[in-house]
Design a binder for this molecule. Structure first.
Ligand code: HEM
Ligand code: HEM
Length: 224
């Protein structure tokens, strides 16, 4: 009985980042959707309406929170604990990683009887988070700030650091289209992620949702 039952996994900056990031993505996706599909009409004089202006303002404000958060989270992957590295460094060359990812996939597909225990993310979760969220966020930041540089001016520092992205895709509208597609890529991640977080909180042998709130991982049994 006397084995360790709870482990401290996610430090305060990681937990704060998680929820701020989730909130900024919510704002970015809703406002981004309306930037791509604006409301067809507004009542009254055009000069009395600034709705799209507010929507774009909210998008840009959330974008700065999102981008600064990403840089901060990357920094934390160097100074934080072992688990803080998982989003940015994947052990691609460890056979164990691939083997366990396979077992985990079978567990998600209801083909394994018993799940394994993990202190940090399981290998499958780690791989998907890296491909979809880490890479997806980087993609949205690069394409988003490239579009932003068109408004801020090509001679601004946005133009200097991100202007090169536009000719890479072709022209402005191509970047819009890819930035738009990137939103659905991230939404796909978010839907899967929330499903799995709640499913695993119930079905696995460890805590999930409360771990991202308090930082502590609780285990439901003492077996290895
Ligand atoms: C836009 C929405 C969201 C995004 C982009 C997101 C992204 C992430 C990322 C990147 C991690 C890994 C954290 C790290 O290692 O630093 C994570 C972990 C986690 N997220 Fe979210 N999340 C979102 C919403 C949610 C929601 C709504 C819930 C609650 C139901 C949730 C529950 C969790 C849990 C429980 C973990 C820890 C998983 C584990 O212990 O292995 N997330 N999330
Ligand atoms: C999860 C992150 C993000 C999502 C889901 C998102 C979503 C979107 C969507 C769907 C559009 C409309 C594209 C179109 O159909 O033309 C858009 C436009 C735009 N986004 Fe984002 N975006 C994100 C991050 C960012 C970031 C980090 C920036 C950086 C400043 C940014 C800047 C812009 C700009 C400048 C536009 C064009 C506005 C306009 O033409 O009026 N976005 N975004």
């Amino acid at each position: 009985m006397a084995t360790q039952q709870a482990v401290y996994v996610y430090e305060t900056p990681v937990r704060l980042w998680h929820w701020i990031n989730a909130f900024s993505i919510l704002v970015l996706a809703v406002t981004g959707y309306f930037i791509g599909s604006p409301l067809p009409t507004m009542p009254g004089e055009a000069s009395a309406n600034f709705l799209m202006g507010y929507i774009r303002f909210a998008h840009f404000a959330a974008a700065f929170v999102f981008a600064i958060g990403f840089v901060g989270r990357f920094y934390w992957s160097f100074v934080g604990n072992h688990h803080a590295r998982q989003l940015f460094r994947i052990p691609l060359f460890r056979a164990e990683f691939w083997k366990e990812a396979w077992v985990e996939l079978r567990w998600y597909l209801f083909l394994e009887k018993e799940p394994r225990k993990y202190v940090g993310h399981n290998p499958l979760a780690q791989g998907v988070m890296f491909l979809m969220l880490t890479m997806g966020s980087l993609f949205m930041i690069l394409t988003g700030f490239a579009l932003y540089s068109e408004g801020a001016g090509t001679d601004s520092w946005f133009g200097f650091f991100f202007g090169w992205v536009i000719p890479l895709f072709g022209q402005s509208q191509d970047v819009h289209t890819w930035h738009h597609l990137g939103m659905w890529y991230i939404i796909l991640f978010v839907m899967t992620h929330i499903y799995v977080a709640i499913r695993e909180d119930i079905m696995s042998r460890q805590s999930l949702v409360s771990t991202m709130i308090s930082g502590w991982r609780m285990f439901k049994d003492n077996r290895p």
